[in-house]
Write a protein that binds this ligand. Structure first.
Ligand code: OSB
Ligand code: MG
Length: 369
């Protein structure tokens, strides 16, 4: 498979509702789409970096430069035996895994299309025909608004509710949610808003029998999470901390978590995502697929990833319409009344691109090759 041309498109789309985490509020997404062309076909990937370097060190503009100046030159014109070859070719770049992962995922999609296969098959998935879905609900302007949103998502069939927390929007809010919805699968995501000094406060959350608490402590600190986990009954799920299979091994060995959130971009693409998956599976640690407010392209890649066998918990991959008035893929991602997404059997990532709409939201485009 020869990579003959790579095109970067920077698209900008407003979110249907703002999305607020402990590190800030997002109202509009700036997303890079990566198109790789070769052998008469095209594969597409999405860079999942945010607009600012607040979730991790990457942001849309840094990803553009990393791709243009470092990652793309290493794969352009190459004859690859498999999409497995992409990650090692860009491994000399420190960090910037979302930028590298967007390119890597595009090559996997190209490989699947050239093989006439659905992407889930090419990556070795296919353990399930429908993936179980949860939703991630951001910090709201009021508790009433949060309760109303949860009500709506449960009515739509979603299997678990994740709520974002931060100091000042945690114990009291979760208490009200639990009082109203005593039996739902509920979890909280702190996006690194706490330190070990808050251990007693986090311990109070045990009272609410959450499925897990996601990434309470620093984005790069596995050891503190191990200290905290020893004090909590609630399992810790690591997100930001796990950037590689090696990190997963270390976190599991230290008992820093009981569950891992796998994000394709955060770990640098499908090859490393599968390695994280395999490490967790071997240790009996369940995983689920996280999200980064993706457009349809990234959403479709997440669906393929979620068909690997150890993705046994409902993930954050949900319907397009929760984010976009109009998605860039056709049809948009939809859920069943049971809160699942049916996996497409079409070649590649399984949806059509709405090229006219993509053109209309593109604010910058550059090709090489
Ligand atoms: O920590 O999982 C996170 C969104 C942006 C940045 C970080 C996170 C999230 C989400 C949203 O929780 C998941 C989604 O619905 O895409
Ligand atoms: Mg998270």
């Amino acid at each position: 498979m020869r990579i003959e041309r790579v095109t970067l498109r920077h698209i900008r789309m407003p979110l249907v509702h703002f999305f607020e985490t402990s590190f800030g509020r997002t109202t509009e997404r700036d997303i890079i789409l990566v198109e790789v062309a070769g052998e008469g076909a095209s594969g597409w990937g999405e860079v999942t970096a945010g607009e600012s370097p607040f979730y991790n060190e990457e942001w849309t503009d840094s990803a553009w430069l990393i791709l243009r100046d470092y990652a793309i030159p290493r794969v352009l014109g190459r004859d690859l035996a498999s999409a497995e070859d992409v990650a090692p070719l860009t491994a000399h770049i420190r960090g910037h895994k979302m930028a590298r992962g967007g390119l890597e995922a595009a090559v996997w999609d190209l490989a699947a299309r050239l093989a006439g296969q659905p992407l889930w098959k090419t990556i070795g998935g296919g353990a399930r025909r429908e993936i179980p879905c949860g939703v991630s609900i951001g910090i709201q302007n009021s508790v009433d608004q949060l309760l109303e949103k949860i009500e709506r998502e449960l009515a739509a069939g979603y299997q678990r509710i994740k709520m974002k927390i931060k100091p000042g929007w945690d114990v009291d809010v979760i208490r009200q949610v639990r009082a109203r919805f005593p039996a739902i699968k509920l979890m909280a995501d702190a996006n690194s808003a706490y330190t070990l000094d808050d251990a007693a406060r986090l311990k109070q959350l045990d009272e609410f029998y959450l499925m897990m608490i996601e990434q309470p402590l620093a984005h790069d600190d596995i050891i503190d999470h191990a200290v905290l986990q020893a004090k909590l009954d609630t399992p810790i799920c690591l997100d930001e901390c796990i950037r590689s299979a090696h990190h997963a091994e270390q976190a599991i060995r230290l008992h820093a978590c009981g569950i891992i959130n796998i994000k394709l971009g955060r770990v640098g693409g499908f090859r490393e995502a599968r390695r994280v998956h395999d490490v967790a599976q071997a240790a009996g640690v369940p995983v689920w697929c996280g999200g980064m407010l993706e457009s349809g392209v990234g959403r479709a890649h997440n669906i393929a990833l979620s068909t690997l066998p150890n993705f046994v918990l409902p993930g954050d991959v949900s319907a397009s319409k929760r984010y976009w008035a109009r998605d860039i893929i056709v049809p948009p991602v939809e859920t069943t009344p049971q809160g699942t997404i049916r996996v497409s059997d079409e070649p590649g990532f399984g949806y059509d691109l709405d090229r006219d709409y993509i053109r209309s939201v593109t604010i910058r485009e550059e090709s090489a090759g």
